[in-house]
Design a protein around this ligand. Structure first.
Ligand code: CJB
Length: 826
């Protein structure tokens, strides 16, 4: 039905795509055209949503010529491409980013004014694509932004979830999840491409037969299939005429419904198959760092990598391409273990479909994959039961078994007689049930394995994969994460950006090391004054937003102390909470006069996985403490706590530029990297943090005097664990901690209800897996140092400026250069 591609020598067929004029007139004309012909409405009748969609489509038009041209150029040059395989992309709003990339911000603003429209209202209309949980998904979005800006060929492959990360609301201080129907008002940024759709198979059985020439052949007869429909998204580089592609897959049923069953009257049964198929891309799993071994999740993983591999091999490479050279054209980067099923899929394609011998196929496969591990938590390493994997993907399980057999032979050869080692390294675990360790499969197959910060990569080698790093030391490397300065400085912090550009020129936007040139200005009183004015204006912007959005009334003058990230025990939001309660306790118990307390506004932003009960109890407790602290005149004007609901990329862009203090307080050895930590430093917040993840590198770069370090180091944590940690003993020995916990436990914050606080308090006293109590004293001492430092605005601003000047290293452009050099060789 789609018909063959249009191939013609007609002169119009190869003409350039006409771009609208980059003038206010051109913009207005295109906008009105989109409103009339695209939305089918008149300006006088149009709704905000009509106007937003027309504006988005207008901006899209300015990008289209570059997108098509980039695609043509990529096809012609046949350069090596990065195939970024990620189950998550936490993109954030597109409109502002694309206006920035095209340098149309000012033109668009004036053009909208001319139409009587406030562009800010239209920006606010966009629902951000929340197709990710947190750091890992946001990192993927930063990486594709950087690759486009650096003109590196990249296709981002992922899933077009119909529902992204849930919208968080609070009811009686408790988290309530609402479905994120981000597509319901129309999505102007995507292009469906039915001509590139792909069939994906599941279930069934395999049969091995022997050819006349003695070769074994395997045929997989699947049970059911779904269609993968690609949606293309533009990924523009920063003002460089490059637009790469993000290709997200949506699942469709092969047959909309069964006409026979429908005619017989069972309507529900008639559409059942469709529902099953389309469930695959229905919703993002909201677990961050704690995967659930659910069948649907494995279906999602296989679905998107099967589509992506097929898309590249059969629809992107030239038809006559010699697959022995595949690694010269693609490197598939595995973003955590979620896409690791791509490894047996490529083997299956090469051996079963393309007729390669096993050994040759394995050689090709090993060169085409690289694996990034994003965690140290053992529970976050995915393991799929062999029963489930074999039922859903029988051929893939056979392939994994054979990969494992051959790998274990290699181990036996290198270490004869060491069966314990063989068992430890096996891709197949035998207990508590037979299961596939996806991180091991990735490590065995990949050309390179990397962690995401120096400390993390070291711990990955020494603790998570020690046997593998001994066997293949050269396979392991580090690439410290980064963040895109386009979104997280230039777009989020226009005031700071303008100040930077006035001071050192605008080169920093694509060459963040240039921020170094700011260093001398740290000693310039006039500059410090301007820098402080920027921070103050950002705080006021935030205060206004939170008043309108959440009905929160916050003093715009206080120190803004921010902890935003997923709610997880290891990140230790409870440590922050104990700090707040102890300050409050000091005042209400009369130990410290209120006037002596540094005015602070504490801001939390965090979603908890819906099934993570303790995390949800912690959210409840933070809200309960906020209610009481905010209402108590004893601390009025001194302490306030804000927990705006639904922390997401859009809110981050408002919060981070306003922050004075960045809370990065995970237990040492648990946070792989963190990327929020980088965004705060780049926006001139000082960090209070443990020696964990990328904090280590931030501190080294900005200097000890400009960073508030506290807490146990990773070896100290290990040592305490070995000695045996008893939180109740810490509680007994520290009177301030005792008083703080007792106040919490008394029900003071929950209207006298002691039961309501018990889950969190009991856990802290009797379990405390992440040693909150052990670091409490050090944390309070560090916070006292923060107060002392904040009392000297000039010294504080100097430190903040130096944080900005010395954080250029944390650009994701630099991360991409490291990947290119150490891993991709593209
Ligand atoms: N991370 O967001 C996730 N989800 C996971 O399932 C595992 C790890 C985070 O990835 C970020 C990007 O590498 C890291 O900065 C962060 O430490 C890690 O928790």
């Amino acid at each position: 039905r789609i018909g063959p591609a249009f191939r013609t020598s007609h002169p119009l067929a190869s003409g350039p795509v006409v771009q609208p004029a980059p003038t206010v007139d051109g913009f207005v004309e295109t906008f009105l055209g989109e409103l009339n012909y695209g939305q089918g409405t008149l300006l006088s009748q149009s709704t905000v949503n009509d106007q937003y969609l027309a504006l988005a489509r207008t901006v899209r038009r300015y990008l289209m010529a570059d997108w098509l041209e980039t695609g043509t150029r990529r096809r012609q040059t046949q350069q090596k491409t990065v195939g970024y395989l990620s189950a998550e992309y936490l993109l954030g709003r597109q409109l502002g980013n694309n206006l920035l990339a095209t340098n149309l911000q000012d033109i668009a603003q004036v053009a909208m004014e001319r139409c009587g429209i406030d562009i800010a209202t239209l920006r606010a209309q966009e629902v951000e694509p929340g197709l990710g949980n947190g750091g890992l998904g946001r990192l993927a979005a930063c990486f594709v932004d950087s690759l486009a800006t650096m003109d590196v060929p990249c296709i981002g492959y992922g899933i077009r979830y119909e529902y992204g990360i849930f919208r968080q609301t609070f009811e009686a201080d408790r988290q309530v999840e609402v479905p994120d129907s981000w597509l319901s008002l129309g999505n102007p940024w995507e292009f469906p491409h039915p001509e590139r759709q792909v069939l994906v198979s599941f279930g069934g059985s395999t049969e091995t037969t022997t050819d006349a020439d003695g070769r074994e052949r395997c045929t997989w007869t699947p049970d059911w299939q779904v269609i993968g429909m690609p949606y293309h998204y533009m990924v523009p580089g920063h003002r460089n005429g490059v637009v790469n592609t993000l290709r997200l897959w949506s699942a469709r049923a092969t047959q909309a419904f069964d006409l026979q069953i429908f005619n017989s009257g069972d309507y529900a049964q008639a559409v059942r198959a469709q529902t099953t198929a389309e469930n695959i891309s229905k919703v993002l799993y909201p677990e961050d760092s704690t995967p659930q071994g659910k069948e649907l999740r494995l279906q999602q993983q296989y679905f998107f990598v099967a589509c992506s591999l097929h898309d590249f091999i059969d629809n992107t490479l030239p038809a006559d391409f010699d697959l022995r050279r595949l690694h010269q054209r693609i490197i598939f980067q595995l973003n955590d273990t979620h896409p690791v099923i791509a490894i047996p899929e490529l083997m299956r394609i090469l051996v079963d479909r393309k007729g390669f011998a096993w050994d040759e196929a394995w050689e090709i496969t090993q060169k085409c994959f690289a694996y990034t591990c994003h965690t140290l938590l053992p529970e976050a390493l995915e393991v799929w039961s062999a029963e489930l994997l074999g039922r859903l993907l029988p051929r893939h399980l056979e392939i994994i078994y054979r990969i494992n057999e051959e790998f274990l032979e290699e181990v036996r050869e290198a270490h004869p007689g060491d069966e314990m080692l063989v068992r430890r390294m096996s891709i197949i675990a035998e207990h508590p049930e037979r299961a596939v360790r996806m991180a091991y499969l990735a490590t065995v197959a990949a050309s390179k394995v990397n962690g995401v910060a120096e400390l993390h990569s070291q711990l990955l080698r020494d603790k998570v994969l020690p046997d593998f790093s001994r066997l293949w030391p050269e396979k392991f490397t580090n690439v410290t994460n980064g963040v895109t300065p386009r979104r997280f400085v230039r777009l989020a912090n226009r005031r700071l950006s303008d100040l930077l550009t006035e001071t050192i020129g605008d080169g920093w936007v694509t060459d963040l090391d240039r921020l170094r040139e700011l260093e001398p200005y740290a000693d310039d009183a006039g500059f410090r004054e301007q820098f402080r004015a920027v921070k103050q204006a950002n705080k006021e912007r935030l205060t206004t937003l939170l008043r309108v959005r959440d009905g929160l009334e916050l003093p715009p003058e206080a120190m803004l102390d921010v902890m935003v990230k997923r709610l997880h025990e290891y990140k230790r939001q409870t440590l922050k909470l104990l700090h707040i309660v102890s300050l409050y306790d000091d005042v209400v118990s009369g130990r410290v006069p209120a006037e002596q307390v540094t005015p602070r506004t504490f801001v939390f932003g965090a979603k908890a996985a819906p099934g993570y009960h303790l995390a949800k109890e912690i959210i409840f407790l933070i809200n309960a403490v906020a209610d009481v602290v905010n209402a108590d005149p004893a601390v009025a004007g001194r302490l306030s706590v804000a927990f705006p609901a639904n922390y997401n990329v859009t809110l981050a862009e408002k919060l981070i530029p306003a922050a004075d203090l960045s809370e990065q307080i995970s237990l040492a050895g648990k946070e792989a990297s963190g990327t929020g930590n980088m965004k705060f430093a780049l926006n001139g917040a000082l960090t209070i943090g443990t020696d964990d993840g990328a904090n280590v590198e931030i501190r080294r770069l900005v200097g000890d005097e400009h960073f508030f370090l506290f807490g146990m180091t990773e070896p100290e944590v290990e040592e305490l664990t070995a000695r045996g940690y008893t939180p109740s003993a810490v509680y007994e020995s520290d009177p301030q901690l005792r008083s703080t916990i007792d106040l919490l436990a008394s029900g003071h914050f929950t209207g006298g209800d002691r039961q309501a606080v018990a889950p969190v308090v009991d856990n802290l006293l009797h379990q405390d897996s992440f040693m909150v109590l052990a670091d409490f004293r050090a944390y309070l001492d560090a916070q006292a140092r923060v107060d002392a430092a904040y009392a000297d605005p000039d010294a504080w601003s100097r430190s903040a400026i130096l944080n900005v000047a010395r954080s250029g290293y944390f650009s994701s452009d630099r991360s991409m250069r490291d990947y290119l050099e150490r891993i991709w060789h593209a």
